[in-house]
Design a protein around this ligand. Sequence first.
Ligand SMILES: NC(=O)c1ccc[n+]([C@@H]2O[C@H](COP(=O)([O-])OP(=O)(O)OC[C@H]3O[C@@H](n4cnc5c(N)ncnc54)[C@H](O)[C@@H]3O)[C@@H](O)[C@H]2O)c1
Length: 341
Amino acid sequence: MINTKFERIQNNLRKNKKTWLITGVAGFIGSNILEKLLFLDQKVIGIDNLSTGFLKNLKSVEKVVGRKKWKKFKFVKGDISNLNDCLKVIKNVDIVLHQAARGSIPKSTKDPITTNKYNITAFLNILTVSKDNGVKSFVYASSSSVYGDSKLLPKVETKVGNVLSNYALTKKVNEEYARLFYKLYDFKTIGLRYFNVFGKRQNPDGDYAAVIPKWINNVKRNKKLIIFGDGRTSRDFCPISNVVQANILAGFINLKKKNYVFNVGTGSRINLIKLYKTIYKNFKNSNYKKKIIFKNFREGDVRHSLSSIKTIKKLLGYKPVVSFNDGIIQTIKWFKSNSNV
Ligand SMILES: NC(=O)c1ccc[n+]([C@@H]2O[C@H](COP(=O)([O-])OP(=O)(O)OC[C@H]3O[C@@H](n4cnc5c(N)ncnc54)[C@H](O)[C@@H]3O)[C@@H](O)[C@H]2O)c1
């Protein structure tokens, strides 16, 4: 499937080069955006404090794009919760794609102060320096978690519930700051409420890993899988290419109104049992001894999640070009050929 609007914008970008800043560039989503922008011959500055990101992700991008394109990238190891570090990277930037955050809900329950520092203080710093340094477009990662306890399906941008975690609260605060920066300073922002993103370079390790890389790795290593709840919990699992597309569209397209929040998902949902079956079927590990352990529901977890992508389709021309199934096949292939992850 091809998104012709996105194709047109990519051709336009190749001729009309921009300078982009990616925060959280060594993370899963940041490194995938970096790869795409370098393929489009853009100049990119990236900052990361390596709290959950990895230099190996940047090495992997360098390998894929080659030396010539890699030269258009400048990496700064720094922490954007420190204002001075933000000032080091913001000069002459056209578009900011802010991805840096502490993404885990359980971590935010255990340690709300660090989550607040990385997700709110850091957000306000980078938003302020962007406004003060002539950034034309500020795009930031929000999250479907802001829908909280709303039972409405699919989730539409205008109807959120009460948040269920400290993490979700930080994303809600980001959206409020962005809205106010438009009202108070006429500063243009676009928030992208990602649903469950998955794909290459997503960290499979540790207690806080996202379900898809963790399960793929467990099938690879012949380890048991844990399902929290009854397995009927469902999510709109969104392949990474669609999220990369949404960021570039949001950064480049000049919308009339200057403050938006859009859902980024596929517009369909899968439950955990079906997810497990899809991974198992496509992994083709005949040695794998199916072992699922069911545990209690986790605090702060939302039961069902499904995006309405009507608005982002209409206003940005977003079109999810990679389906859930193809995304799983591509991700398994990547995890199989990257034996060190
Ligand atoms: N992955 C998903 O499914 C998902 C869903 C909804 C929202 N999001 C949001 O998308 C963004 C990217 O998530 P990801 O999955 O790539 O996570 P990730 O942990 O792989 O990437 C986040 C990156 O930000 C860096 N970082 C954190 N705090 C920083 C700071 N103060 N200064 C500099 N760098 C800092 C980390 O080291 C890491 O490299 C986050 O804002 C996350 O909340 C992700």
